[in-house]
Design a binder for this molecule. Structure first.
Ligand code: SAM
Length: 661
């Protein structure tokens, strides 16, 4: 599901918890991990383990990445380094030195930072307060993402290209999804389309569905150039399976884990994790890559899941060697051996009746060492807190080399009763998946109208490209005929625009129309045109003006996408001072605009209703950021108003003028 805009730049979900109240000990955790021999490959494994425990007790630095699209991100970085970093050089708080923000060396383009201070310190220390305000505002605008350093890694390892079709299987709350979307725009040509204050999940290239990832339905698409609407299963170039896990890599953030950790959540989650991974591998294209990740250090949730999947796939999937990716990133290899224990931490050498009674699964044990070597389990990536002052994390990159279906080559405890998974079994399992979906009440279709059964979400219905109202809108704004008008849809049953008209990329039309009643779509595309009450605007207008007011305005999320296709009739250059007037005032009267500005001279010829202002912001005209800004305005007979949400205005004011509105 989508990350919610406006997440505060504060402590995570354990916000109310005081560090001072915590006893930094958990006997079960230490007993469990002491025998796992995590650092057997090191010169002094015990010393390293001690260091791990020591770092787990330290406060976690604050990390964030500048997350907007490429061009804006680079500008925002310059802005941050010029207007904030110099004030953060010699900060002390309660007698302690707070080091200045440090770039995360492994993060591309130096766009991520670490501040070795607790969030409470950032909130309370006067010199850091200005920084805090900047971080909060930019986080709300979606331009900065406060994210655990290690959690930024899976999308980076996935090496996602703009043309890839990508599936994020466990997307909620969505910070990695946002990273994936940003990667679409690393192509400089597409960067021109970038939206300034975009809600990143409102990209035309994102479709959110709501299904249990382990039972994800096949997604059908019409075959290219098929005559009679013949369909095929959509396979993905890249898949992220950032699965639910026990989270014991997050001890430094979720302090309650010191009190609550037990082995039971890893034991309960193992099966679900394996099912999600297997389903992901089925949905992957041959040649495609899947990143399996957890924020746990437990081999039961990590290597055992990966090894069981590799075994099941019988040679059709391999672990990728990613040692050359992000060379500055310190990491440790995956494990080939570990101990399996029940909730009481009793060890089991193998799967037997006792183990079964203790609810252990055969796939939890390591495979024989020769198989582990054959699978190159050392290629899994383990991140520990002591390596670079982060949380703990696990990532494995799996590439599908051929269609699934070959039998496993040798038997092992984990495969005794299992058959190799096959691609062909996907259709057979479809019925089972559908049944499970039906049993899950939240996914039960709620209504059937005109042959369309929908879940409790409003349906996505495409607007007929020759629909008259759409024609009027396109003509009014002078939108070039090359703009794909068959990709507009509404969220109602009728296909007639009532409130908003949305736009999504070409593939989604195919996906949505080929999977009606099968897949629960919950969000997709960009809000493009929004119905506007024009009665006030028309009240005092001359008759000739009235014919030229369009009752659908261009939404701010759409402006940068549509901009290259506009004939210019509704685009007006404005000065920075004009923009300041628009930001500082709601519904400013025309007389309020500066006489020496640009806009006041244009009002006379400007048509009523929605228009777009274009402002070249740069330091030479007194701004703190260099970039072209495009915003929708609404021109009424006596006023002209910026059509941005309050938060968007605040963010613009902070970036341009270094102050909140
Ligand atoms: C590790 S978190 C994912 C974090 C996310 N990738 C991000 O970066 O913001 C795992 C998520 O999976 C969700 N989840 C749990 N069971 C699931 C299932 N069966 N199918 C899909 N998602 C599931 C959880 O609610 C949780 O939000």
């Amino acid at each position: 599901m989508a990350r919610k805009k406006g997440k505060s730049f504060g402590q995570g979900k354990r916000a109310g918890f005081q560090r001072e109240e915590i006893v930094f000990e958990n006997e079960k955790f230490e007993s469990y991990y002491a025998v796992q021999n995590l650092f057997a490959h090191k010169e002094s494994p015990e010393q390293e383990y001690k260091l791990l425990i020591e770092f787990m007790k330290k406060q976690l630095p604050t990390t964030f990445r500048i997350s907007g699209f490429r061009k804006h991100a680079v500008e925002l970085k310059k802005h941050f380094e010029k207007y904030y970093v110099p004030d953060l050089q010699n900060v002390t708080y309660e007698g302690q030195n707070i080091p200045p923000p440090q770039v995360l060396s492994w993060y591309p383009d130096d766009l991520a930072y670490m501040i070795d201070a607790r969030k409470e310190t950032i909130r309370k220390s006067p010199p850091l307060k200005r920084l805090q305000r900047f971080l909060v505002c930019e986080t709300e605008a979606g331009n900065i993402s406060r994210q655990e350093a290690v959690s930024m890694l899976p999308p980076l390892f996935l090496d996602f290209e703009p043309h890839h079709v990508v599936l994020d299987m466990c997307a909620a709350p969505g910070s990695k999804t946002a990273q994936l979307i940003e990667a679409i725009y690393k192509d400089p040509k597409r960067a021109q389309m970038l939206v300034h204050q975009i809600n990143r999940l409102n990209s035309p290239n994102v479709l959110v569905i709501n299904h249990d990832a382990s039972q994800m339905p096949n997604i059908y698409v019409e075959k290219k150039e098929a005559a009679d609407g013949e369909k095929e299963i959509l396979k993905f170039d890249r898949i992220l399976a950032d699965v639910p896990c026990s989270g014991d890599g997050t001890f430094r953030k979720n302090l309650m884990l010191w009190k609550e950790w037990s082995q039971s959540s890893a034991l309960t989650l193992h099966n679900l994790q394996l099912k999600i991974l297997m389903r992901g591998l089925q949905m992957l294209k041959v040649g495609g890559v899947l990143a399996y990740s957890t924020c746990s250090m437990n081999p039961i949730e990590n290597e055992s899941v990966v090894a069981a999947a590799l075994k099941s796939c019988g040679g059709s999937v391999q672990l990728l060697d990613v040692s050359d990716k992000m060379p500055e990133l310190l990491r440790e290899p995956g494990l080939c051996n570990w101990k399996v224990m029940d909730e009481q931490l009793k060890q089991y050498a193998e799967y037997n009746d006792d183990a079964k009674a203790a609810k252990l699964c055969p796939t939890m044990w390591p495979l024989p060492i020769n198989e582990m070597k054959e699978y190159h389990m050392e290629r899994c990536v383990r991140l520990y807190p002591q390596l670079q002052n982060t949380g703990g994390f696990f990532i494995a990159l799996l590439q599908k080399t051929e269609v699934l279906g070959r039998e496993p080559s040798t038997a092992s405890p984990s495969s005794d009763k299992k058959r190799a998974v096959s691609e062909d079994s996907e259709n057979a399992s479809e019925t089972k998946r559908a049944k499970t979906a039906e049993n899950n009440t939240s996914l039960v279709p709620k209504k059937t109208i005109a042959g369309n059964t929908y879940f409790d979400e409003e349906p996505f219905t495409y607007i007929k490209p020759d629909y008259e109202e759409l024609d009027k809108i396109m003509n009014h704004y002078g939108i070039d005929s090359s703009f794909p008008r068959d990709q507009f849809f509404v969220r109602n049953q009728t296909g007639i625009p009532v409130r908003s008209i949305y736009f999504a990329c070409k593939l989604f039309k195919n996906v949505i129309e080929s999977n009606i009643n099968r897949v629960k779509f919950v969000h997709g595309g960009v809000r493009f045109f929004v119905k506007q009450d024009v009665s006030n605007t028309l009240k005092n207008s001359a008759a000739e003006i009235q014919t030229d007011v369009c009752n659908f305005r261009i939404h701010s999320d759409a402006v940068n996408i549509i901009y290259p296709y506009l004939n210019g009739r509704h685009i007006y250059d404005a000065s920075v001072e004009d923009l300041r007037t628009l930001i500082d005032n709601d519904y400013p009267h025309l007389a309020q605009f500066p006489e020496n500005g640009t806009l006041s001279k244009k009002f006379e010829g400007m048509s009523y209703g929605c228009n777009i202002v274009r402002v070249e912001a740069s330091e030479s005209v007194g701004c703190q950021i260099n970039m072209q800004i495009l915003c929708p305005i609404w021109r009424s007979p006596s006023s002209c108003n910026l059509m941005l949400a309050r938060k968007e205005k605040e963010n613009l004011a902070l970036e341009l003028f270094g102050k909140l509105k």
